[in-house]
Design a protein around this ligand. Sequence first.
Ligand code: NCD
Length: 320
Amino acid sequence: MVDHLLGIEGLSKSEIYRYLDTAQSFVEVSERDIKKVPTLRGKTVIHVFFEPSTRTLSSFDIAGKRLSADTINISSSSSSVKKGETLLDTVRTLESMNPDVLVMRHSESGSPHFAARHLSRASVVNAGDGAHEHPTQALLDLLTLRQHFEPKGLGLEGLKVGFIGDVRHSRVARSNIWAHLALGNDVRVVGPSTLVPHEFADSFGSGRVKVIHDLEQGLEGLDVVVCLRMQLERQDEHFIPNLDEYSKEYCVSERVLAKCCPQSVVLHPGPMNRGTEISGDVADGPRSLIRQQVNNGVAVRMAVLYLLARTAEPHEEYER
Ligand code: NCD
């Protein structure tokens, strides 16, 4: 059976730790002088991105290359989708070339799931589908938190985690929330009621996610603050009066963090809008783990490619 990574929803705690343990073992490869292992030699990974991306695409590509896989990148502007080809035809055409893994980003929720249902040989990885899920981002966020908390004798469990800002449109928040709920963490979503609707929280099961509309109240006592980008490109109507008004009330600044959760660390999946959802002093300050997130993106994607492509051919041994 071909394995896929389509979302965090439904993964068990031990499956999450399996990805994180494997990713941690790959961190060291990127610190070597020669950053390459032969693990996926002879495997082919196709990245098909129907939406723009900087860090996700480049880190998947680097991850595949560091594992010695052959990688190719297809973007919507250079694919036959522009000529009217359906998603199904595109995906079937790509599968005819026998890739081992298809990494897909698409603006429509469920597209990678659709591809996975119609492919018989290639593993599919969801690199972000609409506002639905972005599983590798959640895994790299967890790896970053684990590296921060473990040396302090703490772990990934028992944390108070808050997602601040445009939660409604955020696939990063959804994947992270599923992960933190699987780990048994206390999860809050914070922002104006238009961007943080009560129905949003209900989709995770009644009472499991707290909704708070006041920033200071929402930040109170958090261990982890995840700032989310204001995703104007996904908003087909107006959800806030204007960006200035929004940032006056919801921009996460050092002043408000020092007051409400002085011990907290801050994550942001990027790209950041400085001054809108996060202030420069937080983004560049000592509690920011944003650069480590980007750094861990490569190790996490190496782990995902390795675990999926290796499953396809179990006799292939991990050589280092
Ligand atoms: C996120 C995405 O594309 O969902 N970015 C990313 O993958 N690093 C978040 C965002 O676009 O705001």
